[in-house]
Design a protein around this ligand. Structure first.
Ligand SMILES: [Zn+2]
Length: 69
């Protein structure tokens, strides 16, 4: 990298970063602005918890069915 360009490219880099969208690790969705990522992740967690509860219910049903049979 040429020294006289360093300052400029760094400024661009910082600017790029501030406009960069945050990427969700769970579904790969891009959030912009980045502050949207937190509520998005919270929604993921809530959905996951709901899913786990449904799975537990389902497992309970299966266990019960096996008991009957
Ligand atoms: Zn996501």
């Amino acid at each position: 990298m040429e020294p006289f360009l360093t300052c400029d490219s760094q400024a661009i880099l910082v600017e790029d970063k501030s406009f960069q969208a945050a990427k969700c690790d769970q579904c790969g969705a891009k959030m912009y602005p980045q502050s949207l990522l937190q509520p998005h992740l919270t929604r993921h967690q809530r959905r996951q918890r709901l899913l786990m509860r449904e799975l537990r219910k389902l497992r309970h049903t299966f266990t019960h069915m096996r008991d009957i049979a």
